[in-house]
Design a protein around this ligand. Structure first.
Ligand code: NI
Length: 317
């Protein structure tokens, strides 16, 4: 029963998220837009899956899911502001799933108090890793990479350099398949094979997973939960894989970003790397702190849960 209810909640949450993003209520694929890895040129948008009807009466409606999420937000905001009475329990708002143990990098950063932004790089690491690392170092910025296993196996030294510079390493699968069209066994292979390789290279096993194309549904989320992996999507997407124009990438990022954002970029494109000094300077001028994805969420993430941003946890005075 409890398991059924959990699954039902997750379905409703996914549906609500999809609805918020796509403006419809039945689509379960969240987003679909970056098709950038070597050998992955082609159609740039993944077809949405067919509507999934509620499986039983325990499934929350979109309205119920929204109400619950609103309650959680309000409780969190109240707690942040010190307004929540001591005798009021937050238990109802704490995720009932286990919290994944994300290893802290040792920095003490509170993204409920600071204007944080998590910059992320998918599909690489690219050939300009050294230049990019120098740019980030100059801006006192940490970022997060979601590498492909097959790219890492070809150029492991790039990932080592990134990790040694203190950046966070996630997992973007081995060869970039659309996980919603992939069997559970293949999902496990795609994620575990990459994690094994990274663990062997760095001595640290990545937990954060970014599903290729952002394609995720109830089944994939459940499989990621089994693999102890939170699903990290994004809220800022300049479509840098499509528009190979540094100025456009810069303007697009700056027009979308807000406190708590996760920015999706691809360092395999020279136009994106070339845009980075300007992006970093402009964000710093707006008062942003550059954090890893785990730092953005205080090193507390739930396996199988989808993360788009941390906007609601930030205190706006
Ligand atoms: Ni990708």
């Amino acid at each position: 029963m409890a398991e059924t209810r959990l699954r039902g909640r997750r379905l409703a949450l996914l549906a609500a998220m999809s609805a918020a993003i796509l403006g419809v209520s039945t689509v379960v694929v969240v987003a679909a837009d970056h098709l950038t890895a070597p050998g992955h040129d082609g159609a740039a948008r993944v077809a949405a899956e067919k509507p999934v009807p509620p499986v039983d009466s325990d499934v929350l409606s979109d309205e119920q899911a929204k109400a619950r999420d609103r309650a959680r937000r309000q409780a969190e905001n109240a707690r942040i502001r010190g307004l929540l009475a001591p005798d009021v329990s937050l238990e109802d708002f704490v995720p009932d799933e286990p919290v994944v143990a994300v290893t802290s990098n040792g920095r003490d950063i509170d993204c409920t108090q600071l204007k944080c932004v998590a910059i992320t790089f998918d599909d690489g690491p690219g050939s300009q890793t050294d230049q990019l690392l120098a740019m980030l170092r100059a801006a006192d910025a940490l970022a997060t990479w979601f590498p492909l296993g097959e790219v890492v196996s070809d150029s492991p030294e790039r990932l080592r350099a990134i990790a040694e510079a203190g950046h966070e390493i996630g997992n973007h699968s081995w060869s970039h398949p659309q996980l919603t069209a992939t069997s559970n066994g293949q999902i496990e292979t795609q994620i575990s094979r990459t994690a094994d390789l990274i663990d062997k290279l760095l001595g640290t096993r990545p937990t954060l997973v970014r599903p290729p194309y952002g394609a995720i549904n109830k089944r994939v989320a459940a499989e990621l939960r089994q693999l102890n992996a939170p699903a990290i999507l994004w809220d800022v997407d300049p479509l840098d894989w499509k528009y190979r124009n540094s100025d456009r990438v810069y303007r697009s990022v700056m027009s979308q970003v807000r406190p708590g954002s996760i920015v999706l970029l691809h360092d395999i494109h020279p136009t994106t790397v070339a845009a980075m000094p300007r992006i970093l300077r402009a964000l710093a001028n707006r008062g942003y702190t550059f954090v890893t994805v785990s730092e953005l969420f205080g090193n507390r993430l739930v396996p199988g849960q989808i993360y788009l941003d941390r906007a609601e946890g930030y205190r706006r005075d």
